[in-house]
Design a protein around this ligand. Structure first.
Ligand code: PMP
Length: 286
């Protein structure tokens, strides 16, 4: 039984309980992170903790722990988990309080951390790619905050599942924002393109790594708005996230993307990402 952390205690997942008036339950009033762990080494932990701080600032909730305290806490969860590769999920809510939209006068934040087994994309997924659909991005205008208020993302992602697809790519005002649970890249004429960070997308940790690797590999790349028509005419489309790493999208709304197979630039980036991960495992980069 996996050990989790809840408000100062380490206990089995089945014994972890929160009060029903927790604002995370009542309002989705909280933020979270998902940190991949390879061979018990958290990947880009500092970047995840920085993004957690950005999300907390965005919802005006004081960080209950200092960075070093988070590191110790996550280190213990990772050490006690049974798997070498893990996904560490952490959540901070504005805690229990009588139901009222306004912030409670005294905030007792709820802090929850757990590890689960990390299932990285299978060889079949890497070589075959996935199907995706598009939908209008009907989320709020603070998509840079990683909040637990995920109902819009849940409904958008379910559209993909209902269509037998892996992801929903979101279009707002004629431009690509991101996926329901991932960031999106495209390739045209050998140039890797990504939408710029803004309030309309989550600043993905994997997105940053992929752009760093594009620079390190000498791949032509540009960060600029991507019109829907450009996306539909892409040679390659990729999705990135901490759990899906980098995965090729080979059909979009039933139409083949480029050749309908993962493309050559994807293969190069995928190999670079795997090599980067292995350097992390050997402790050569954070
Ligand atoms: N956008 C959304 C909406 C997401 O849920 C995720 C996954 N957390 C991402 C992008 C990718 O972010 P990361 O690379 O940090 O996992």
């Amino acid at each position: 039984m996996a050990t989790v952390y809840l408000n100062g205690a380490f206990l089995p997942l089945e014994e972890a309980r929160i009060p029903v008036l927790d604002r995370g339950f009542i309002f989705g009033d909280g933020v979270y992170e998902v940190i991949p762990v390879y061979d018990r080494q958290p990947f880009r932990l500092r970047h995840h903790l920085d993004r957690l701080q950005h999300s907390l600032d965005g919802i005006r909730l004081a960080n209950p722990l200092a960075p070093a305290e988070w590191e110790t806490l996550i280190g213990r969860i990772v050490a006690e988990a049974e798997w070498l590769d893990q996904g560490v999920y952490l959540q901070v809510t504005r805690g229990p309080a009588p139901r009222d939209h306004a912030f409670p006068k005294t905030v007792r934040p709820t802090v929850f951390v757990m590890a689960t087994a990390l299932k990285t994309p299978s060889a079949e997924l890497v070589s075959g790619g996935v199907a995706a659909i598009t939908a209008a991005d009907n989320r709020w205008l603070n998509c840079d905050l990683k909040t637990t208020s995920l109902l819009a993302n849940v409904l958008l992602r379910q559209l993909a599942v209902d269509a037998g697809c892996a992801e929903t790519l979101l279009i707002r005002d004629g431009f690509l924002s991101e996926g329901a649970t991932s960031n999106i890249f495209m390739v045209k004429d050998g140039v890797v393109l990504a939408p710029p960070k803004s309030n309309l997308m989550l600043p993905g940790i994997t997105y940053d790594v992929v752009l760093e690797l594009a620079a390190a590999e000498g791949l032509p790349h540009a960060v600029r708005p991507i019109a829907e028509a450009e996306l539909r005419a892409a040679d390659e489309v990729w999705l990135t996230s901490s759990t899906k790493e980098i995965t090729a999208v080979v059909t979009l709304d039933g139409q083949a993307v480029g050749s309908g197979r993962p493309g050559p630039v994807f293969k190069r980036m995928h190999a670079a990402y795997q090599a980067f991960k292995h350097r992390i495992m050997r402790g050569q980069d954070g």
